[in-house]
Design a protein around this ligand. Sequence first.
Ligand SMILES: C[C@](O)(CO)[C@H](O)COP(=O)(O)OP(=O)(O)OC[C@H]1O[C@@H](n2ccc(N)nc2=O)[C@H](O)[C@@H]1O
Ligand SMILES: Nc1ncnc2c1ncn2[C@@H]1O[C@H](COP(=O)(O)OP(=O)(O)OP(=O)(O)O)[C@@H](O)[C@H]1O
Length: 317
Amino acid sequence: MTASQRATARVTVRVPAKVNLQLAVGPLRDDGYHDLVNVFHAVSLFDELTATESGAAGTFTVRVEGESAAHVPADSTNLAVRAAEALAKHAGQTAPDGHPYGAALLIRKAIPVAGGMAGGSADAAAALVACDALWGLGLSLGELMEIGAGIGSDVPFALLGGTAVGTGRGERLTPVPVTGSFHWVFALADGGLSTPQVYGECDRLRATAGEEVVWPSASEPLMAALRDGDARELGAALVNDLQPAALALRPSLARTLDAGRDAGALGAIVSGSGPTCAFLAGSAEHAREVSAALAGTGACRAAVTAEGPVPGAEIVS
Ligand SMILES: C[C@](O)(CO)[C@H](O)COP(=O)(O)OP(=O)(O)OC[C@H]1O[C@@H](n2ccc(N)nc2=O)[C@H](O)[C@@H]1O
Ligand SMILES: Nc1ncnc2c1ncn2[C@@H]1O[C@H](COP(=O)(O)OP(=O)(O)OP(=O)(O)O)[C@@H](O)[C@H]1O
């Protein structure tokens, strides 16, 4: 790429949030992670990330816009910056013409922060796709997923999208066949929950109860519901082993889940590590009804509708 091409180059990537349809938490490993069976589902709540050449060669900057921007770090701890830096390292730090890789990142945030919907991981995935294109690297999806797994367990799925089973710590993915679309309502909460704290609380609750931790496996009824496109069956099969921990740390979520069930949702579950709650509806119209009813109860900060599955991080311009 020439200096003048560099001055104008700009890549924008759209990346979805996720909800976990089944989050089965297995034993705690020696490295501090848990082995999982994690059925990821990408939904149509999107962050957008634009990467341009940075003013000073070889530097990385980030700016965050959106309602919750104040809660997202705008420095080198931002997961999007960490991902871009990891990609530059993978590519040998400098372009073939000797120009050091760098990028100015702009994130337009719509995914709730620390909400259990993998917003930070989504931005990391978007940065990988955007910088790969900006720098003309042409890495494969598999290569980007491998670099992403070094940033966070949820990052490979944000690249892949759709619906997929994650094993290991959630980074080893197998796509799951799905018929049609599912309609969701997400109840957004005030403030977030820390993922390590929720896993820690899960361990603590299990130890206190003397619960035997079994090796997780994928739920057959869940897989059948996805294959058949059956929202009622899917609603009944949703399961999240982190839910008791999220409820213990944020007891008000029990009221949010009840409010969604009372509003007619086919399934109600805490999304990942929470505190966002996810409700399954039978159609787009039903989702709008559940969303309006939920918002009216005051049991959440706001309710939004979305559908899934949708593709993973993709270049939009
Ligand atoms: C809750 C989920 O969002 C469900 O998809 C993920 O399991 C969390 O994925 P993530 O936010 O990308 O998490 P990471 O950044 O990889 O790990 C953060 C922390 O979460 C805990 N963690 C995460 C993944 C995993 N399989 N076991 C864990 O115990 C560990 O304490 C880890 O230090
Ligand atoms: N680009 C980013 N967007 C959001 N949070 C970020 C970002 N980079 C770093 N963070 C930090 O990561 C923390 C977790 O944010 P995130 O929104 O990814 O949580 P989450 O959705 O609960 O994650 P997960 O569902 O993957 O467990 C935030 O509190 C924030 O300090």
